[in-house]
Design a protein around this ligand. Structure first.
Ligand code: URA
Length: 427
């Protein structure tokens, strides 16, 4: 095979053969196909798409580039959740121990934040002592003893995706449904989970801004999982406004612990419970929403959370970091908040230091935003809508710029049509 022939095939809107796909992924992983050649192929795929058969083969070739985990020795079903990324999305923190408390093991390989969306590992690292990197043997041992692991994917898992995702990130080729679907699903299938629930976000704070694109991404991923023998379900969920009342690493851990203690904001609880019901059902251990809610209320999920944190060197009672500086953002009129834009809040939190501009940058554990008013809440002139947190107060100005026009206040007494958290289910 020749890389230029493969590129020409896709450039000219022809189908890539299975053999071409297997060759190009393997040769790229080994460094035989050059970065500029893969960049050109990725752009051709971005522009001309891939057929269902091509996406299936592309995903399989990415899985075959690395190792595949196997949890069959555990003797219990496994389930995992993947979110396509949002603002204030701390759901994994509660969900992994919650599902594990019902006897389903949760191998939750997670990522770091890039851009305006946060990453689960960055959040968990706000917990003193907590360690994100585990060996495969440590993952297996912790699944056996605790039932839940949240950690970084090891270097052996889908190395083709690690290279290709970094390349797409700098070549304007991330936002392609076949490339996103194969990237996510190759990792999840290689990770070895038996059941998978996808939380596909829709709205300003998400990758997919409109419902039709989100639906197509969900359908593509569900089909890839199902074909590979993984029981896969997707929920389409709202990301027009941040989830919960905190955005930023340590602030989100604090909110997660409130939910695990039986409290927390209702939108966060509702989504956590909906995803837990799906994971348990897909893993063959159906449990209803009331029973899941009682595992939050009676401390069963909290108990698993504490053991999960301790198993990775963390102190569940350790003090979370607090920011050196805070500033309130005030409402300038009385009324009802009708919108609070997820993207704007995500960008502001990122600028305060909760996110990173380059992959290798550190993040501030204490930076982020507390949300005092959500759509539907009454606000009064002069009272805070948000509190900004950062260790680097020179960032307040740029964060405030990102928040210009981020919310709307209607006259007192206006009714707000609230969006449901879960918009649709695809299986
Ligand atoms: N997340 C991934 O893992 N891959 C993508 O391509 C996009 C989001």
């Amino acid at each position: 095979f020749d890389a230029v022939d493969v590129i020409r095939t896709k450039r000219d809107r022809q189908h890539l053969s299975n053999a071409q796909i297997d060759w190009v992924i393997d040769a790229y992983t080994r460094g035989v196909v050059a970065e500029e050649q893969m960049a050109s192929l990725a752009m051709a795929i971005y522009l001309n798409g891939m057929s269902r058969g091509e996406v299936v083969q592309w995903t399989q070739a990415m899985i075959a580039s690395g190792e595949r985990m196997d949890y069959s020795s555990l003797g219990v079903p496994t389930a995992d959740k993947h979110s396509t990324g949002g603002v204030g999305d701390k759901i994994t923190l509660m969900l992994a121990p919650l599902v594990a408390s019902f006897g389903v093991a949760v191998p939750q390989l997670s990522g770091r934040g890039l851009g305006h969306t946060g990453g689960t590992l960055d959040k968990m690292e706000a917990i003193p002592g907590w360690r994100a990197s585990l060996s495969n043997d440590e993952v297996l041992a912790q699944l056996d003893s605790v039932g839940a692991v949240v950690c970084a994917a090891g270097p052996g898992l889908t190395p083709a995706d690690k290279k290709l995702y970094a390349l797409r990130d700098v070549t304007g080729t991330v936002e392609s449904i076949p490339l996103i679907a194969s990237s996510i699903m190759s990792k999840k299938i290689a990770e070895g989970t038996g059941a998978l629930v996808l939380d596909v976000k829709v709205g300003s704070g998400a990758f997919m801004k409109d419902l039709a694109d989100a639906r197509e991404l969900a359908r593509t991923m569900v089909d890839l999982g199902t074909d590979a023998g993984v029981t896969t379900v997707a929920l389409l969920t709202d990301m027009s406004t941040p989830l919960g009342r905190t955005v930023g690493n340590g602030l989100e851990v604090r909110e997660a612990v409130e939910v695990l203690a039986g409290g927390g904001p209702e939108d966060v609880v509702e989504l956590t419970v909906a995803l837990a019901v799906e994971m348990l059902g897909a893993a063959g251990r159906p449990v209803d929403a009331d029973e899941v809610r009682s595992a939050l209320a009676d401390g069963r999920a909290m108990d698993t959370w504490r053991r999960m944190i301790q198993a990775q060197g963390g102190d569940p009672d350790g003090e979370l970091p607090t920011a050196q500086a805070t500033e309130d953002v005030l409402a300038d009129a009385d009324g009802v908040l009708t919108a609070l834009d997820a993207y704007a809040v995500g960008v502001a939190s990122w600028r305060l230091g909760a996110g990173r501009a380059r992959r290798e940058d550190p993040v501030q554990a204490a930076a982020g935003i507390e949300i005092h008013a959500k759509p539907g809440d009454v606000v009064r002139a002069g009272e805070p809508i948000l509190t900004l947190h950062t260790d680097t107060p020179e960032r307040f100005g740029r964060a405030r710029q990102a928040l210009e026009g981020a919310w709307k206040v209607a006259p007192p007494g206006a009714t707000v049509v609230s969006r449901p958290v879960v918009i649709d289910r695809i299986h």
